[in-house]
Ligand binder design. Structure first.
Ligand code: K7E
Ligand code: CUA
Length: 655
C-alpha cells in the first residue's frame, strides 16, 4: 500500500514536472520582460501620444492590410484592399465595386501576403504601399496620404501570386511571381503532362513616378517550377531581382514528397535592366490574354475597371545573359537580400544550414561563364563558386531573414519557433530567442531597403495557443515585438493581429503622418452624381431606376422624407457629405439593404443601391455617431405598390 502511494506520488510529480516545464519557462520569460527590463515602459505610448512607427501587417486570408502603431501594437485601421469591408462599404458601394473586378468577374476576397513600401534611392519614401493578392493574382497600390486602395492590377498567366509584391529601389517596378506554374495559355490538357509544358510567369509591373499608375511592362516566361519568394537587388545589385524556386522536380502530385527530391533547388537571378532594354528596343511578343486593371479616380472617388487583352511576354532564352540559376539547398522559401546588396540569402526550409550567395562572385562566375549545366537552356552557376558563406545549424525550418542597420541578420525558424540573430559576413550566430509560436516572417522597419531602422524586430506567429484568453477553437494570430538595440534581442510585447499576418512593412511615422489627408475639398469633388449645394438636391426616375441626389451635414439628411418609390424599383442613393472638417464622416444605412452601410468622408460622394421589396414606410439613418444630435440624423422612404401612381416627392423640414 505504502509503495503504491509512493509510486503514484512520484508519477504525479513527474507528470507535474513535464507539464509545467513549458509554463515555468514562460513565466520566467514574462517576469524577465516585465520586471528586469521595464518592457512595459518601452512599449507604453501614453494617452494622446503617438507611436513612433506605422506598421502595415498583411491580413493574410482576410485579404486586407492592418495598420498598427509600433511599439504599442495598437490597431489603428483595417485598410480594405482585396476583400469587401462592411465597416466602410468597400466593395459594396457602386464607386468601389469595380476595384474588385477581375477576368473572373467580381472577386470580393483574396489572400494578401507581402506589403512593400515605395522607395527612392533604396530608402523608404512613404508615397505608396503595395500588396499582393495571392489567390486571384493581383497587385494593389495604396496611397499613403489617404490610406486608400487606389489601384488594383490583375496578373495574367499567373496562379498563386506569391513571390510578390516587392519593389525595386526607386520603385521602378513592383514584381509579381507565380507560385504555381500553369499552362500558358490556359487550355484543356492532362495534368500528367505538367513537366516541361507548364510555365512560370515572373511579371514586372512599371510604376509611374508621378501618379503611381501601374502597367505590366513584361512577363518573363520561366520553366514550370514554383516561384516562392523574391527580393530586389539593391545598391550594387540594383538592376537584378532574385526569386526562390521549389519543385524544380516539376511534380504535379503529392509535392510534400515529390518536390523534396532534389538536393538543391534554385534561386533565379534576373537581370531586369537587361530585359527592360531588350523590351524597350522592341523585344518580346505581344500575347493574347485577359486581365483587369482597376483604378480609383481620386477626384471623383469613382473606380473604373478596364479589361486588357494582351501582355508582352519574354522568353528568357531570347535575352542571353539575363537569367541564371543559383543552386540553393532544399526547397528555399524566403529570398532575402542584405542592405548592401551583396548577399542573397536562401532560406532552405528543409535544410539545416542557411546558404548565402555572393553577388560579386555571381557576376564573376557569369563573366567567366563558369556554368554547371543548364535547365531548359538557362545556365546554372556552380554552387561553390558563388557561395559567400553558410550559417551553420542555426535552427530548424528557416523561413525568412530580415536585416538591421548594424550588419546583423535575423532569421525566423518555423519548426524550432525562434528568431536567430547572426552576423552578416562572419556567419556566426549571435543570439537566439524563442517565439510563441511557429513564426513566419519577421519584420524590421525598412528591413527590405538600403536603410533599415534597427530598433525593433516583429515576429509574426502562426499559432497563439495559450498567449491570450481562449476564444473557442478559432484564435487570433499574433505578433511579438523585440527590442534589438542591444546585443541580445529582448521580447517586449505580444499583440494580436487581424487575419494571418505573413509579411509586414513599417516606416517611421514622421515620414508620412504630416502628409495625411484630413478631408476632401468639396470644390475638388468631380463625382458625376455629387450634390454640392442644397438647390441641387433632387430625385430622378428613369423607368424602374431611381436616383436620389442627397446631402448630409450635422445633423440631417437632405431630403429626409421621400415618397413615390415603388416595390421593384432600384434606388441609387448618391450621398454627398458636405462637411469640410477633419474626422466628421457620416454613414448611411437603410432597412433591408442587402449590401452594407456606407461611410462617407467629408467632401466625398458615395452610392448605395437599395431594392425595396415591401410596401411601407422605411427608415434610414446615419451610422456614425457624428454629433450630440446623431440619433436625430434619420429619414423615411415611403414605398408604394409596384402599380402605384404616386408621384416622386421629397422634402426636408416640411410639415
Ligand atoms: Cu512565408 Cu506567404 Cu511570405 Cu507566409 S509567406 S510566412
Ligand atoms: Cu451623421 Cu451620425
Amino acid at each position: 500500500m505504502k509503495k503504491t502511494i509512493q509510486y503514484l506520488f512520484s508519477l504525479v510529480l513527474i507528470a507535474g514536472l513535464v507539464s509545467c516545464n513549458n509554463g515555468d519557462n514562460q513565466k520566467k520569460l514574462r517576469g524577465q520582460g516585465g520586471l528586469a527590463t521595464n518592457a512595459a515602459e518601452r512599449v507604453y505610448v501614453a494617452p494622446g501620444e503617438h507611436d513612433e512607427y506605422y506598421g502595415f501587417f498583411s491580413g493574410g486570408f482576410s485579404g486586407q492590410l492592418g495598420v498598427y502603431g509600433l511599439p504599442s501594437g495598437r490597431l489603428l485601421k483595417v485598410l480594405p484592399v482585396f476583400s469587401q469591408n462592411p465597416e466602410n462599404g468597400w466593395g459594396y458601394t457602386e464607386e468601389t465595386k469595380p476595384m474588385l473586378n477581375t477576368s473572373f468577374g467580381f472577386v470580393p476576397w483574396d489572400d494578401s501576403h507581402h506589403p512593400d513600401i515605395s522607395q527612392t534611392d533604396g530608402v523608404l519614401d512613404g508615397r505608396w504601399i503595395f500588396i499582393n493578392g495571392n489567390n486571384t493574382p493581383r497587385i494593389a497600390r495604396i496611397g499613403l496620404e489617404t490610406f486608400k486602395t487606389e489601384e488594383i492590377i490583375e496578373i495574367p498567366n499567373s496562379a498563386g501570386n506569391h513571390s510578390s509584391s516587392f519593389i525595386t529601389e526607386n520603385t521602378e517596378y513592383v514584381v509579381a511571381g507565380t507560385r504555381f506554374s500553369i499552362p500558358v495559355p490556359q487550355r484543356d490538357m492532362s495534368i500528367k503532362e505538367y513537366k516541361g509544358n507548364f510555365k512560370g510567369a515572373l511579371t514586372f509591373i512599371s510604376v509611374d513616378q508621378e501618379t503611381g499608375r501601374m502597367a505590366i511592362k513584361f512577363q518573363l516566361m520561366m520553366p514550370g517550377f514554383n516561384y516562392d519568394l523574391s527580393h530586389p537587388g539593391r545598391d550594387k545589385s540594383h538592376g537584378w531581382f532574385f526569386f526562390t524556386t521549389y519543385n524544380t522536380e516539376e511534380s504535379h502530385t503529392l509535392l510534400e514528397v515529390n518536390a523534396s527530391q532534389n538536393d538543391k533547388d534554385f534561386i533565379a537571378a534576373v537581370n531586369w535592366k537587361k530585359i527592360e532594354e531588350y523590351v524597350n528596343n522592341g523585344g518580346g511578343k505581344m500575347t493574347p490574354t485577359r486581365y483587369a486593371h482597376n483604378v480609383m479616380d481620386m477626384d471623383s472617388h469613382v473606380a473604373t475597371s478596364t479589361i486588357i487583352e494582351e501582355v508582352l511576354t519574354v522568353d528568357p532564352l531570347d535575352v542571353p545573359g539575363a537569367v541564371f540559376f543559383l543552386p540553393t539547398p532544399k526547397s528555399p522559401h524566403g529570398c532575402d537580400v542584405d542592405p548592401t546588396g551583396e548577399y542573397i540569402i536562401g532560406n532552405g526550409k528543409l535544410s539545416a544550414d542557411l546558404t548565402v550567395h555572393s553577388f560579386t562572385k555571381m557576376l564573376d562566375a557569369i563573366e567567366n561563364e563558369k556554368f554547371d549545366g543548364e535547365a531548359y537552356g538557362i545556365p546554372i552557376l556552380n554552387f561553390e563558386d558563388i557561395l559567400a558563406g553558410v550559417v551553420k545549424q542555426p535552427g530548424l525550418g528557416p523561413l525568412h531573414t530580415e536585416f538591421d542597420d548594424k550588419g546583423n541578420a535575423y532569421t525566423t525558424f518555423f519548426i524550432s519557433s525562434e528568431v536567430v540573430k547572426w552576423k552578416v559576413g562572419t556567419w556566426e550566430v549571435l543570439d537566439r530567442q524563442p517565439v510563441f509560436y511557429s513564426v513566419g516572417h519577421g519584420m524590421i522597419p525598412g528591413g527590405n531597403s538600403r536603410k533599415p531602422f534597427g530598433k525593433y524586430f516583429v515576429a509574426m506567429n502562426k499559432i497563439t495557443k495559450d498567449r491570450y484568453l481562449p476564444t473557442g477553437p478559432e484564435l487570433t494570430h499574433s505578433a511579438q515585438l523585440f527590442d534589438i538595440t542591444g546585443d541580445k534581442m529582448e521580447l517586449l510585447l505580444d499583440f494580436p493581429t487581424i487575419g494571418e499576418p505573413h509579411y509586414a512593412a513599417a516606416i517611421p511615422a514622421e515620414i508620412i503622418k504630416d502628409k495625411s489627408k484630413q478631408f476632401y475639398r468639396l470644390s475638388d469633388n468631380k463625382h458625376p452624381h455629387a450634390t454640392l449645394k442644397s438647390s441641387d438636391v433632387r430625385i430622378e426616375r428613369n423607368g424602374k431606376e431611381v436616383h436620389v441626389y442627397m446631402t448630409m451635414i450635422r445633423s440631417h439628411f437632405n431630403p429626409d422624407n421621400i415618397e413615390g418609390i415603388k416595390v421593384g424599383d432600384k434606388v441609387y442613393f448618391h450621398v454627398t457629405n458636405l462637411e469640410q472638417d477633419f474626422d466628421v464622416p457620416h454613414g448611411f444605412a437603410i432597412i433591408g439593404a442587402n449590401n452594407a452601410e456606407m461611410l462617407i468622408m467629408p467632401g466625398a460622394t458615395e452610392t448605395l443601391v437599395w431594392e425595396p421589396k415591401q410596401v411601407g414606410v422605411w427608415p434610414f439613418y446615419c451610422t456614425d455617431f457624428c454629433s450630440a444630435l446623431h440619433q436625430e440624423m434619420q429619414g423615411y422612404v415611403r414605398v408604394s405598390p409596384a402599380d402605384s401612381n404616386l408621384p416622386l416627392s421629397w422634402s426636408v423640414g416640411e410639415d
